[in-house]
Design a protein. Structure first.
Length: 244
């Protein structure tokens, strides 16, 4: 087996946020595998085959990538942001668990700038103290787990980064998430809505959680709810380094 499999993060959108390590891996690739819009971020060239696929077929996509690598290809599986954050790296390892003969392949994971970090940097430093990240999609876990984690994160006074807040197929989940956080006493906390960070459509909006409306988020939005000390200074939002 002389093929290789690289699982790479393309960052939040801007080419300037693709790491040099990922750029080098893309330049050496024979095949790019991933969700269509992410594969479209890789420039076509001779000798490079693009394999775009649909969003919900992560495991098949991971197996297809491993199969190509075992045929001797140099495959890069692309994710947006970081490939280990609610993305393809876990799917590849799940596929690897199923087929032990692929475990001899040369596999590496290359980090990328995840949406939460790009959004936090735009806002200031809302993740400057303890924080957690929650995926609000209930495709791969029951909604009861999401609710429990939101409640406990609020109680623990973590800043909370919320990925996949709201899609057309799940419009009610984010409204419920806001309600849970309000009921947990977070109404005065700052909520940052960071949409399409580092793209021409970027928009950053900060409101008190009690004024947040579900329509303020879509699938291109990352929402950060500050902890109880998070505050504004000028146009910035930050979490102080010390908590009483
Ligand atoms: N692996 C990705 C996350 C994939 S889940 C990463 O590390 O960033 C997809 C979710 O990420 C979106 O619903 C949104 O919440 C967030 N996201 C991805 N790119 C974004 C961007 N440029 N601006 C704001 N949020 C983004």
């Amino acid at each position: 087996m002389t093929g290789t499999l690289t699982i790479a993060g393309l960052g939040p959108g801007d080419d300037a946020m693709v790491t040099p390590e990922v750029t080098a891996a893309l330049a050496a690739a024979t095949d790019i595998v991933g969700y269509g819009p992410y594969v479209a971020r890789v420039a076509p060239r001779e000798g490079l085959t693009l394999h775009p696929s649909d969003n919900r077929v992560e495991l098949q996509r991971a197996s297809a990538a491993l199969r190509l690598a075992s045929d001797g290809r140099h495959v890069v599986v692309v994710s947006s942001g970081d490939p280990g954050v609610f993305a393809m790296a876990s799917a590849v390892f799940e596929a690897l668990e199923e087929k032990s003969q692929w475990q001899a392949l040369s596999i590496r994971v290359l980090p990328g700038v995840t949406a939460m970090l790009a959004a936090a940097a735009r806002a200031g430093a809302p993740l400057g103290h303890d924080f957690c990240a929650i995926n609000l999609s209930d495709n791969l876990k029951p909604w009861t787990v999401i609710e429990k984690r939101l409640r406990l994160a609020a109680e623990a006074d973590f800043a909370i980064a919320m990925y996949n807040p709201r899609s057309a197929s799940r419009p009610e989940g984010f409204a419920r998430a806001l309600q849970i956080l309000n009921e947990a006493g977070c109404g005065e906390r700052l909520a940052i809505f960071a949409r399409a960070v580092s793209t021409p459509e970027e928009r950053i909006e900060t409101v008190s959680l009690r004024d947040a409306r579900p329509e303020m988020a879509d699938m291109r939005t990352l929402v950060i709810v500050g902890n109880s000390s998070t505050r504004r200074v000028g146009r910035f939002v930050y979490a102080p380094r010390q908590v009483r």
